[in-house]
Every structure is written in structure tokens, then in C-alpha cells.
Design a protein around this ligand. Sequence first.
Ligand SMILES: Nc1ncnc2c1ncn2[C@@H]1O[C@H](COP(=O)(O)OP(=O)(O)O)[C@@H](O)[C@H]1O
Ligand SMILES: [Mg+2]
Length: 262
Amino acid sequence: MIVELENVSVIRNNKYLLKDINWSIKDGEHWAIYGLNGAGKTMLLNMLNGYIFPSKGWLKVLGKTVGQYDMRRLRKSIGWVSSSIQEKFHDYSIALDIVLSGKFATVDLYDETSEEDLIYARNCLTKLDAINLADREYRTLSQGEKQRVLIARGLMAKPKLLILDEPCTGLDIIAREQLLEIIRNLSKDDNAPTLIYVTHHTEEILPTFSHTLLLKKGEVYQAGPTDEVLKEDSLSNFLEVPIVYEKSGDRILLHIDYDRHV
Ligand SMILES: Nc1ncnc2c1ncn2[C@@H]1O[C@H](COP(=O)(O)OP(=O)(O)O)[C@@H](O)[C@H]1O
Ligand SMILES: [Mg+2]
């Protein structure tokens, strides 16, 4: 088991932000999490990283019970890319140093890096089709380039779990497809980490994500094999609006059916 949650709830101000979450990820699976803004997706990820503790229930990540284990240590096995992380880096940091910092799961480079680390960091950039960015200052990178550098950073510690929280936010459709193609390739690597990909766009859910969890108002609405979960009627019920459901290649496009929507 990579991730295991049992009856996990998070309560703040007498309100359930997450409620009775039961979810597990087995080795070899890649998961997408789909839900509207405010559903609790990021909070769920923050729990996997040990930044938030459950008010009820328990969870294990990579076999360790969160709360009973040194999370700083565990976080080194978890790559994490999100827009909140994007803001943590300094304008003048060099892309390659940012990737290297992933080895220590820190923002700054506190520890010495070896020649081997440097080679590996360059390798990670190459995997992300971003080796040409190695010497660039962070502030000079476009949104898509930043994401690639940060995913390379996420790979630096050779994580067993890689969490991508809305990595395509702010990308145009071409840059988005390029990044998705890179993610698709990453997932096929022999030593690929387990991926968790969070989004509120169904068309970003690549077939490589074998499983999908629908999160609604802090609760698991449905979880299972992607082709069973991303069905027209369940998505329409999930979103509570009439939708137009379209398959394009191996992706699903959704929009509101304005003819039926009042
Ligand atoms: N630390 C917190 N204390 C109280 N409420 C929070 C906290 N963090 C997030 N929330 C609330 O929890 C809900 C879920 O937020 P979030 O996980 O960011 O949603 P998503 O990532 O699905 O858009 C939101 O209503 C948000 O305002
Ligand atoms: Mg979020």
C-alpha cells in the first residue's frame, strides 16, 4: 500500500472539511483526484504530507502512520508540486539549484551537493524536457517552464510518491498538452513513482491514471477505475448540472449543457 486512509475526517470550527474518507492506493496504480474548487483536494494532499492531522481516523503513507513518524523524513520520499510551492522560490534562484534543493525537501540548499547529485539533477531536467533551463533565473521562467523545473525538483529525491496539485493551472492549451505528454512519459518510466494528479478539468485525466477519486464537499463521491468513474451520468450527478460529455481521443471533455441548464 502506498496510501491508506481510514475514516479520516478534518473538522475546523465544528465544520467537516473532510468527512469519513476511506481511500487506498496500491503500488502500481496512478490516481487522479477530480473535484470542484473548495472540495478539499489540497487539504487531502496536505494530510498525506503530514501538514494537517486528521481530527478522526488514521492514515498511512508509504507504510508509515502519519503522526507517529518523523514527517520530515517521510516527506523526502514524497515529491510535491503545487502552486503554493511555486511562490516559495526566490526570483534569482537558478533553476538547477531549485532542482537540487528537492534532494533535501527544502527550499534552500542547506547541504552540500555532490557531483553525482548534479548529474542526477540534470537528468531530472532532461526528463522534463527542460535541460535548456538549467542556468536560468527562476523569475525569467514562464509558468510552464516553472512547472517543469518544479516537477524535476520533485523527482530529485527519487520519491516513491509524486503529487501534482493542478500542475496545468495557468498554462495555455499547447503548453498544457506538452506538460501532460511529459507526465505521461514519466508515468511509464521503469522506476516511476506513484502519481497523484489533482485537477478540476476532466480532459487532463490521462489514461495513465488508472484510478480516479471524485471528491465533493469534503467527501468521497466515488473512487475506482477511471473508466468506471468518469461516466456521463455519474459526472452529471456529481456536478449537479446537465452536461455535454464528449470523448476526444482518450480524454473526456465536459461542458455545461446550456440548452437544458436553467
Ligand atoms: N486551515 C484551514 N482552516 C479552515 N478551513 C480551511 C483551511 N484550509 C482550507 N480550508 C477550507 O477547506 C475547503 C477546502 O479547501 P481546499 O482543500 O483548498 O479545496 P480545493 O483544493 O479542492 O480547491 C475550503 O472551503 C477552504 O476554505
Ligand atoms: Mg486546491
